[in-house]
Design a protein around this ligand. Structure first.
Ligand code: ARG
Length: 459
Protein backbone atom coordinates (compact mmCIF):
# COMPACT_ATOMS: atom_id res chain seq x y z
CA UNK A 1 0.00 0.00 0.00
CA UNK A 2 1.29 3.43 -0.95
CA UNK A 3 1.00 6.56 1.19
CA UNK A 4 -0.20 8.50 -1.78
CA UNK A 5 -2.49 5.97 -3.47
CA UNK A 6 -5.71 7.99 -2.86
CA UNK A 7 -5.21 9.97 -6.02
CA UNK A 8 -4.48 6.93 -8.17
CA UNK A 9 -6.77 4.39 -9.86
CA UNK A 10 -4.27 1.60 -10.41
CA UNK A 11 -1.52 -0.07 -8.45
CA UNK A 12 2.03 0.83 -9.37
CA UNK A 13 3.66 -1.41 -11.95
CA UNK A 14 5.94 -3.77 -9.97
CA UNK A 15 9.07 -2.95 -11.98
CA UNK A 16 8.33 0.75 -11.61
CA UNK A 17 7.89 0.18 -7.91
CA UNK A 18 11.40 -1.29 -7.72
CA UNK A 19 12.75 1.47 -9.92
CA UNK A 20 11.23 4.16 -7.73
CA UNK A 21 12.13 2.61 -4.40
CA UNK A 22 15.13 3.73 -2.36
CA UNK A 23 14.73 1.34 0.57
CA UNK A 24 17.67 -0.80 -0.55
CA UNK A 25 20.06 2.06 0.14
CA UNK A 26 18.27 4.40 2.53
CA UNK A 27 17.48 1.67 5.09
CA UNK A 28 20.78 2.47 6.80
CA UNK A 29 19.26 5.81 7.83
CA UNK A 30 16.67 4.28 10.14
CA UNK A 31 18.31 5.58 13.35
CA UNK A 32 18.37 9.12 11.94
CA UNK A 33 14.84 8.86 10.55
CA UNK A 34 13.57 7.86 13.98
CA UNK A 35 15.64 10.49 15.78
CA UNK A 36 14.25 13.17 13.46
CA UNK A 37 10.69 11.95 13.94
CA UNK A 38 11.07 11.98 17.71
CA UNK A 39 12.21 15.62 17.57
CA UNK A 40 9.37 16.50 15.20
CA UNK A 41 6.72 14.81 17.38
CA UNK A 42 8.13 16.44 20.52
CA UNK A 43 7.88 19.85 18.84
CA UNK A 44 4.33 19.15 17.56
CA UNK A 45 3.29 18.31 21.12
CA UNK A 46 5.09 21.29 22.69
CA UNK A 47 3.50 23.69 20.19
CA UNK A 48 0.02 22.27 20.77
CA UNK A 49 -0.27 21.08 17.15
CA UNK A 50 -0.98 17.56 18.36
CA UNK A 51 -2.01 16.46 21.82
CA UNK A 52 0.94 16.32 24.23
CA UNK A 53 0.12 12.81 25.41
CA UNK A 54 -0.22 11.60 21.86
CA UNK A 55 3.18 13.11 21.10
CA UNK A 56 4.67 11.16 23.98
CA UNK A 57 2.99 8.01 22.73
CA UNK A 58 4.49 8.58 19.29
CA UNK A 59 7.96 9.10 20.74
CA UNK A 60 7.67 5.94 22.81
CA UNK A 61 6.44 4.00 19.77
CA UNK A 62 9.38 5.29 17.74
CA UNK A 63 11.83 4.31 20.46
CA UNK A 64 10.32 0.82 20.48
CA UNK A 65 10.69 0.55 16.71
CA UNK A 66 14.31 1.64 17.01
CA UNK A 67 14.96 -1.00 19.68
CA UNK A 68 13.25 -3.69 17.61
CA UNK A 69 15.20 -2.77 14.50
CA UNK A 70 18.46 -2.73 16.47
CA UNK A 71 17.78 -6.14 17.99
CA UNK A 72 16.58 -7.66 14.74
CA UNK A 73 13.09 -8.36 16.15
CA UNK A 74 11.74 -6.11 13.39
CA UNK A 75 13.00 -6.39 9.82
CA UNK A 76 12.81 -3.62 7.26
CA UNK A 77 10.36 -4.46 4.49
CA UNK A 78 12.36 -4.50 1.23
CA UNK A 79 9.19 -3.59 -0.69
CA UNK A 80 8.62 -0.34 1.19
CA UNK A 81 9.09 2.77 -0.92
CA UNK A 82 11.70 4.24 1.38
CA UNK A 83 12.77 4.28 5.01
CA UNK A 84 10.49 7.21 5.85
CA UNK A 85 7.43 5.36 4.57
CA UNK A 86 8.47 2.21 6.37
CA UNK A 87 8.93 3.80 9.80
CA UNK A 88 5.69 5.78 9.58
CA UNK A 89 3.80 2.71 8.38
CA UNK A 90 5.17 0.59 11.20
CA UNK A 91 4.30 3.28 13.75
CA UNK A 92 0.75 3.49 12.46
CA UNK A 93 0.43 -0.30 12.50
CA UNK A 94 1.45 -0.23 16.16
CA UNK A 95 -0.37 2.91 17.37
CA UNK A 96 -3.23 3.53 14.96
CA UNK A 97 -4.39 7.17 14.83
CA UNK A 98 -1.50 8.55 16.88
CA UNK A 99 0.91 7.21 14.27
CA UNK A 100 -1.09 8.89 11.53
CA UNK A 101 -0.58 12.28 13.19
CA UNK A 102 3.24 12.18 13.01
CA UNK A 103 3.44 13.52 9.48
CA UNK A 104 1.56 16.74 10.35
CA UNK A 105 3.52 19.78 9.11
CA UNK A 106 6.20 17.61 7.51
CA UNK A 107 7.07 16.17 4.12
CA UNK A 108 9.38 13.37 3.08
CA UNK A 109 11.32 16.10 1.31
CA UNK A 110 12.41 17.82 4.50
CA UNK A 111 12.62 14.45 6.21
CA UNK A 112 15.12 12.97 3.74
CA UNK A 113 17.18 16.18 3.75
CA UNK A 114 17.30 15.94 7.52
CA UNK A 115 18.11 12.22 7.71
CA UNK A 116 20.97 12.57 5.28
CA UNK A 117 22.51 15.47 7.19
CA UNK A 118 22.25 13.58 10.47
CA UNK A 119 23.70 10.45 8.90
CA UNK A 120 26.61 12.26 7.28
CA UNK A 121 27.35 14.21 10.43
CA UNK A 122 27.94 10.90 12.18
CA UNK A 123 29.91 9.44 9.28
CA UNK A 124 32.18 12.49 9.03
CA UNK A 125 32.88 12.17 12.75
CA UNK A 126 33.97 8.55 12.21
CA UNK A 127 36.11 9.40 9.19
CA UNK A 128 37.75 12.26 11.06
CA UNK A 129 38.57 9.92 13.94
CA UNK A 130 40.20 7.46 11.53
CA UNK A 131 42.20 10.24 9.89
CA UNK A 132 43.33 11.45 13.27
CA UNK A 133 44.51 7.92 14.02
CA UNK A 134 46.44 7.82 10.73
CA UNK A 135 48.11 11.16 11.42
CA UNK A 136 49.05 9.89 14.89
CA UNK A 137 50.65 6.77 13.40
CA UNK A 138 52.60 8.89 10.90
CA UNK A 139 53.85 11.35 13.52
CA UNK A 140 54.90 8.48 15.75
CA UNK A 141 56.78 6.75 12.96
CA UNK A 142 58.30 10.04 11.82
CA UNK A 143 59.73 10.63 15.26
CA UNK A 144 61.32 7.18 15.25
CA UNK A 145 62.76 7.60 11.75
CA UNK A 146 63.84 11.23 12.04
CA UNK A 147 67.50 10.26 11.42
CA UNK A 148 66.89 7.77 8.64
CA UNK A 149 68.46 9.21 5.50
CA UNK A 150 66.72 8.58 2.20
CA UNK A 151 66.88 10.18 -1.21
CA UNK A 152 64.36 12.93 -1.85
CA UNK A 153 63.11 13.04 -5.43
CA UNK A 154 61.85 15.46 -8.01
CA UNK A 155 60.71 14.04 -11.38
CA UNK A 156 61.36 10.70 -9.68
CA UNK A 157 65.07 11.50 -10.05
CA UNK A 158 67.25 11.58 -6.96
CA UNK A 159 67.38 15.22 -5.93
CA UNK A 160 68.49 16.04 -2.38
CA UNK A 161 68.83 13.98 0.78
CA UNK A 162 65.93 13.94 3.22
CA UNK A 163 64.87 11.62 6.03
CA UNK A 164 62.15 9.01 6.08
CA UNK A 165 60.50 10.84 8.97
CA UNK A 166 60.39 14.02 6.92
CA UNK A 167 58.73 12.16 4.06
CA UNK A 168 56.08 10.69 6.36
CA UNK A 169 55.31 14.09 7.83
CA UNK A 170 54.50 15.40 4.35
CA UNK A 171 51.58 12.96 4.35
CA UNK A 172 50.64 13.91 7.90
CA UNK A 173 50.19 17.50 6.65
CA UNK A 174 47.92 16.33 3.81
CA UNK A 175 45.72 14.28 6.13
CA UNK A 176 45.54 17.15 8.61
CA UNK A 177 44.18 19.33 5.81
CA UNK A 178 41.69 16.58 4.98
CA UNK A 179 40.44 16.67 8.56
CA UNK A 180 40.11 20.44 8.28
CA UNK A 181 38.09 20.16 5.08
CA UNK A 182 35.80 17.58 6.65
CA UNK A 183 35.22 19.78 9.68
CA UNK A 184 34.63 22.78 7.46
CA UNK A 185 31.97 20.92 5.45
CA UNK A 186 30.38 19.79 8.70
CA UNK A 187 30.15 23.27 10.15
CA UNK A 188 28.45 24.61 7.01
CA UNK A 189 25.96 21.77 6.81
CA UNK A 190 24.92 21.98 10.44
CA UNK A 191 21.58 23.65 9.71
CA UNK A 192 18.27 21.90 10.07
CA UNK A 193 15.96 21.51 7.05
CA UNK A 194 13.08 20.11 9.11
CA UNK A 195 10.03 22.37 8.87
CA UNK A 196 10.78 23.33 5.26
CA UNK A 197 7.82 21.06 4.49
CA UNK A 198 7.53 19.87 0.90
CA UNK A 199 8.98 23.19 -0.28
CA UNK A 200 6.92 26.08 1.11
CA UNK A 201 7.04 25.68 4.89
CA UNK A 202 3.71 25.20 6.63
CA UNK A 203 0.71 27.04 8.02
CA UNK A 204 0.97 25.17 11.33
CA UNK A 205 2.58 27.13 14.18
CA UNK A 206 5.72 24.98 14.26
CA UNK A 207 8.91 25.89 16.12
CA UNK A 208 11.81 25.21 13.79
CA UNK A 209 14.34 26.53 16.29
CA UNK A 210 13.19 23.92 18.76
CA UNK A 211 13.68 20.95 16.39
CA UNK A 212 17.00 22.38 15.24
CA UNK A 213 18.18 22.57 18.83
CA UNK A 214 16.84 19.13 19.77
CA UNK A 215 18.80 17.61 16.89
CA UNK A 216 22.04 19.46 17.64
CA UNK A 217 21.95 21.88 14.71
CA UNK A 218 23.19 25.45 14.94
CA UNK A 219 20.02 26.88 13.35
CA UNK A 220 17.16 25.98 11.00
CA UNK A 221 17.90 26.39 7.25
CA UNK A 222 16.86 29.95 6.43
CA UNK A 223 14.94 29.22 3.22
CA UNK A 224 12.43 26.42 2.83
CA UNK A 225 13.17 25.86 -0.88
CA UNK A 226 16.89 25.64 -0.21
CA UNK A 227 16.20 23.45 2.83
CA UNK A 228 14.75 20.66 0.69
CA UNK A 229 16.72 21.20 -2.53
CA UNK A 230 20.24 21.69 -1.16
CA UNK A 231 22.74 18.87 -1.45
CA UNK A 232 25.84 21.06 -1.37
CA UNK A 233 26.87 19.24 1.76
CA UNK A 234 27.02 15.95 -0.16
CA UNK A 235 29.20 17.55 -2.80
CA UNK A 236 31.45 19.17 -0.21
CA UNK A 237 31.92 15.93 1.68
CA UNK A 238 32.46 13.95 -1.53
CA UNK A 239 35.06 16.54 -2.56
CA UNK A 240 36.82 16.32 0.81
CA UNK A 241 36.72 12.51 0.61
CA UNK A 242 38.01 12.61 -2.98
CA UNK A 243 40.99 14.75 -2.07
CA UNK A 244 41.72 12.47 0.84
CA UNK A 245 41.66 9.53 -1.60
CA UNK A 246 44.13 11.43 -3.80
CA UNK A 247 46.48 11.61 -0.81
CA UNK A 248 45.99 7.95 0.05
CA UNK A 249 46.54 7.06 -3.58
CA UNK A 250 49.80 9.03 -3.84
CA UNK A 251 51.02 7.44 -0.64
CA UNK A 252 50.01 4.01 -1.95
CA UNK A 253 51.90 4.62 -5.15
CA UNK A 254 55.04 5.39 -3.17
CA UNK A 255 54.61 2.36 -0.94
CA UNK A 256 54.24 0.20 -4.06
CA UNK A 257 57.47 1.64 -5.44
CA UNK A 258 59.24 1.36 -2.09
CA UNK A 259 58.53 -2.33 -1.73
CA UNK A 260 59.61 -3.22 -5.25
CA UNK A 261 62.98 -4.96 -5.62
CA UNK A 262 64.22 -1.89 -7.47
CA UNK A 263 63.81 0.28 -4.34
CA UNK A 264 63.49 -2.03 -1.36
CA UNK A 265 62.98 0.92 1.02
CA UNK A 266 60.27 -0.75 3.09
CA UNK A 267 59.09 -4.13 4.07
CA UNK A 268 55.32 -4.72 4.37
CA UNK A 269 54.04 -6.96 7.10
CA UNK A 270 52.82 -10.33 5.81
CA UNK A 271 49.39 -9.61 7.29
CA UNK A 272 48.94 -6.76 4.80
CA UNK A 273 50.42 -8.34 1.67
CA UNK A 274 49.32 -11.12 -0.63
CA UNK A 275 50.92 -13.79 -2.78
CA UNK A 276 50.54 -15.02 -6.33
CA UNK A 277 48.71 -18.15 -7.45
CA UNK A 278 51.49 -19.03 -9.88
CA UNK A 279 54.69 -17.21 -8.92
CA UNK A 280 55.84 -18.60 -5.57
CA UNK A 281 58.33 -15.81 -4.92
CA UNK A 282 55.76 -13.02 -5.07
CA UNK A 283 54.69 -10.79 -2.23
CA UNK A 284 52.37 -8.14 -3.56
CA UNK A 285 51.28 -4.78 -2.10
CA UNK A 286 47.61 -5.42 -2.94
CA UNK A 287 46.27 -3.21 -0.18
CA UNK A 288 48.10 -0.15 -1.50
CA UNK A 289 47.10 -1.01 -5.06
CA UNK A 290 43.44 -1.38 -4.12
CA UNK A 291 43.47 1.93 -2.29
CA UNK A 292 45.00 3.57 -5.37
CA UNK A 293 42.40 1.84 -7.54
CA UNK A 294 39.44 2.73 -5.35
CA UNK A 295 40.24 6.43 -5.53
CA UNK A 296 38.75 6.41 -9.05
CA UNK A 297 35.33 5.27 -7.93
CA UNK A 298 35.21 7.99 -5.29
CA UNK A 299 35.98 10.66 -7.91
CA UNK A 300 33.15 9.07 -9.92
CA UNK A 301 30.82 9.56 -6.96
CA UNK A 302 31.74 13.24 -6.81
CA UNK A 303 31.23 13.68 -10.56
CA UNK A 304 27.89 11.87 -10.34
CA UNK A 305 26.69 14.21 -7.62
CA UNK A 306 27.75 17.34 -9.46
CA UNK A 307 26.13 16.18 -12.69
CA UNK A 308 22.96 15.10 -10.92
CA UNK A 309 22.59 18.53 -9.32
CA UNK A 310 23.42 20.89 -12.12
CA UNK A 311 20.11 21.07 -13.96
CA UNK A 312 17.62 20.76 -11.13
CA UNK A 313 14.94 23.42 -10.83
CA UNK A 314 13.80 24.38 -7.33
CA UNK A 315 12.85 22.67 -5.12
CA UNK A 316 12.87 18.87 -4.61
CA UNK A 317 13.20 16.66 -7.69
CA UNK A 318 13.36 12.90 -7.59
CA UNK A 319 16.82 13.06 -9.14
CA UNK A 320 17.95 13.95 -5.64
CA UNK A 321 17.29 10.36 -4.56
CA UNK A 322 20.52 9.57 -6.45
CA UNK A 323 22.49 11.49 -3.82
CA UNK A 324 22.59 8.69 -1.31
CA UNK A 325 24.29 5.86 -3.18
CA UNK A 326 27.00 8.26 -4.34
CA UNK A 327 27.79 9.88 -1.03
CA UNK A 328 27.44 6.62 0.93
CA UNK A 329 29.78 4.88 -1.50
CA UNK A 330 32.35 7.67 -1.25
CA UNK A 331 32.33 7.61 2.56
CA UNK A 332 32.18 3.80 2.80
CA UNK A 333 35.12 3.50 0.43
CA UNK A 334 37.25 5.94 2.40
CA UNK A 335 36.35 4.19 5.65
CA UNK A 336 37.20 0.80 4.18
CA UNK A 337 40.51 2.04 2.79
CA UNK A 338 41.56 3.73 6.04
CA UNK A 339 40.68 0.70 8.13
CA UNK A 340 43.23 -1.43 6.28
CA UNK A 341 45.68 1.28 5.31
CA UNK A 342 46.34 2.47 8.87
CA UNK A 343 47.60 -0.86 10.26
CA UNK A 344 49.50 -1.49 7.03
CA UNK A 345 51.42 1.78 7.51
CA UNK A 346 51.78 1.15 11.21
CA UNK A 347 53.46 -2.22 10.65
CA UNK A 348 55.46 -1.16 7.59
CA UNK A 349 59.16 -1.55 8.33
CA UNK A 350 61.62 0.88 6.78
CA UNK A 351 64.92 -0.57 5.50
CA UNK A 352 67.44 2.21 6.32
CA UNK A 353 70.49 0.62 4.69
CA UNK A 354 68.81 0.47 1.31
CA UNK A 355 67.54 4.02 1.61
CA UNK A 356 70.99 5.22 2.55
CA UNK A 357 72.64 3.32 -0.29
CA UNK A 358 70.21 4.92 -2.75
CA UNK A 359 70.89 8.35 -1.25
CA UNK A 360 74.66 7.83 -1.59
CA UNK A 361 74.50 6.82 -5.23
CA UNK A 362 72.83 9.55 -7.20
CA UNK A 363 74.79 12.81 -6.86
CA UNK A 364 72.18 13.76 -4.32
CA UNK A 365 74.69 16.06 -2.61
CA UNK A 366 75.52 18.05 -5.74
CA UNK A 367 73.65 21.10 -4.43
CA UNK A 368 75.79 20.81 -1.29
CA UNK A 369 79.00 20.92 -3.34
CA UNK A 370 77.76 24.18 -4.85
CA UNK A 371 76.71 25.44 -1.41
CA UNK A 372 80.21 24.60 -0.11
CA UNK A 373 81.79 26.78 -2.81
CA UNK A 374 79.40 29.59 -1.87
CA UNK A 375 79.77 29.35 1.92
CA UNK A 376 83.41 28.30 2.32
CA UNK A 377 84.94 29.90 -0.78
CA UNK A 378 82.76 32.92 -1.44
CA UNK A 379 81.77 32.04 -5.03
CA UNK A 380 78.48 33.36 -6.46
CA UNK A 381 75.89 30.52 -6.46
CA UNK A 382 75.42 30.51 -10.22
CA UNK A 383 79.20 29.97 -10.79
CA UNK A 384 79.31 27.30 -8.09
CA UNK A 385 76.33 25.57 -9.71
CA UNK A 386 78.11 25.49 -13.09
CA UNK A 387 81.36 24.12 -11.61
CA UNK A 388 79.43 21.37 -9.80
CA UNK A 389 77.65 20.43 -13.02
CA UNK A 390 81.06 19.98 -14.66
CA UNK A 391 82.19 17.84 -11.70
CA UNK A 392 79.12 15.59 -12.00
CA UNK A 393 79.93 15.10 -15.69
CA UNK A 394 83.50 14.09 -14.72
CA UNK A 395 82.14 11.62 -12.13
CA UNK A 396 79.77 10.03 -14.65
CA UNK A 397 82.57 9.73 -17.18
CA UNK A 398 84.86 8.06 -14.64
CA UNK A 399 82.23 5.97 -12.92
CA UNK A 400 82.78 7.79 -9.58
CA UNK A 401 80.60 9.69 -7.11
CA UNK A 402 81.19 13.11 -5.58
CA UNK A 403 82.39 11.37 -2.41
CA UNK A 404 84.96 9.24 -4.27
CA UNK A 405 86.20 11.80 -6.79
CA UNK A 406 89.87 12.63 -5.90
CA UNK A 407 90.69 16.18 -4.78
CA UNK A 408 92.96 16.63 -7.82
CA UNK A 409 89.91 16.19 -10.08
CA UNK A 410 88.00 18.75 -8.02
CA UNK A 411 90.87 21.21 -8.26
CA UNK A 412 91.25 20.63 -11.99
CA UNK A 413 87.75 22.04 -12.42
CA UNK A 414 88.08 24.74 -9.74
CA UNK A 415 91.32 25.40 -7.83
CA UNK A 416 89.37 26.81 -4.84
CA UNK A 417 88.50 23.30 -3.62
CA UNK A 418 90.31 21.81 -0.63
CA UNK A 419 89.65 18.57 1.21
CA UNK A 420 87.02 20.26 3.39
CA UNK A 421 84.65 19.45 0.55
CA UNK A 422 84.40 15.79 1.59
CA UNK A 423 83.21 16.70 5.05
CA UNK A 424 80.80 19.28 3.58
CA UNK A 425 79.08 16.76 1.36
CA UNK A 426 78.74 13.83 3.75
CA UNK A 427 75.10 12.73 3.77
CA UNK A 428 74.73 13.31 7.51
CA UNK A 429 76.04 16.84 7.14
CA UNK A 430 73.75 17.51 4.18
CA UNK A 431 70.69 16.38 6.07
CA UNK A 432 71.60 17.76 9.48
CA UNK A 433 72.32 21.14 7.95
CA UNK A 434 68.88 21.48 6.43
CA UNK A 435 67.44 23.12 9.50
CA UNK A 436 65.32 25.74 7.72
CA UNK A 437 61.77 25.63 9.11
CA UNK A 438 59.91 22.73 7.51
CA UNK A 439 63.15 21.11 6.35
CA UNK A 440 64.34 17.50 6.83
CA UNK A 441 67.00 17.93 9.57
CA UNK A 442 66.33 15.30 12.26
CA UNK A 443 65.85 17.92 14.97
CA UNK A 444 63.23 19.65 12.78
CA UNK A 445 61.45 16.39 12.09
CA UNK A 446 61.30 15.51 15.77
CA UNK A 447 59.96 18.95 16.68
CA UNK A 448 57.41 18.84 13.86
CA UNK A 449 56.27 15.32 14.80
CA UNK A 450 55.63 16.64 18.29
CA UNK A 451 53.64 19.60 16.98
CA UNK A 452 51.55 17.26 14.83
CA UNK A 453 50.84 15.04 17.84
CA UNK A 454 49.74 18.11 19.82
CA UNK A 455 47.58 19.30 16.94
CA UNK A 456 45.59 16.09 16.72
CA UNK A 457 44.93 16.19 20.46
CA UNK A 458 43.20 19.51 19.91
CA UNK A 459 41.13 18.50 16.86
N1 ARG B 1 13.16 8.46 -1.24
C1 ARG B 1 13.17 9.85 -1.47
C2 ARG B 1 14.61 10.34 -1.63
O1 ARG B 1 15.46 9.60 -1.34
C3 ARG B 1 12.53 10.57 -0.33
C4 ARG B 1 11.80 11.81 -0.70
C5 ARG B 1 10.65 11.48 -1.54
N2 ARG B 1 9.85 12.62 -1.84
C6 ARG B 1 9.01 12.62 -2.86
N3 ARG B 1 8.31 13.65 -3.01
N4 ARG B 1 8.90 11.60 -3.66
O2 ARG B 1 14.86 11.41 -2.08
Amino acid sequence: MKLWEGRFHKALDPKTNDFNSSIAFDNRMYPEDIEGSIAHATMLGACGIIDQQEAEKICEGLRQIRADLDSGALLIDPNAEDIHTFVEGELTARLGDAGKRLHTARSRNDQVALDLRLNLRKTCGELTALLRQLVGVLADKAEKTADMIMPGYTHLQRAQPITFGHHLLAYAEMFLRDIGRMQDALSRMNECPLGSGALAGTTYPIDRFMTAKLLGFDAPCANSLDGVADRDFCVEIAAAVSLCMVHLSRFSEEIILWCSWEYRFVHLDDAYSTGSSIMPQKKNPDVAELVRGKSGRVFGDLMGLLSMMKGLPMAYDKDLQEDKEAIFDACDTLRLCLTTFIPMVETMEPLPQNMRAAAAGGFINATDVADYLVSAKGLPFRDAYRITGDLVAVCIEKGLTLETLPLSEYQAVCPAFDDGVYEAISLERCVNGRTSYGGPAPENVRAQAKRVQEKIQQL
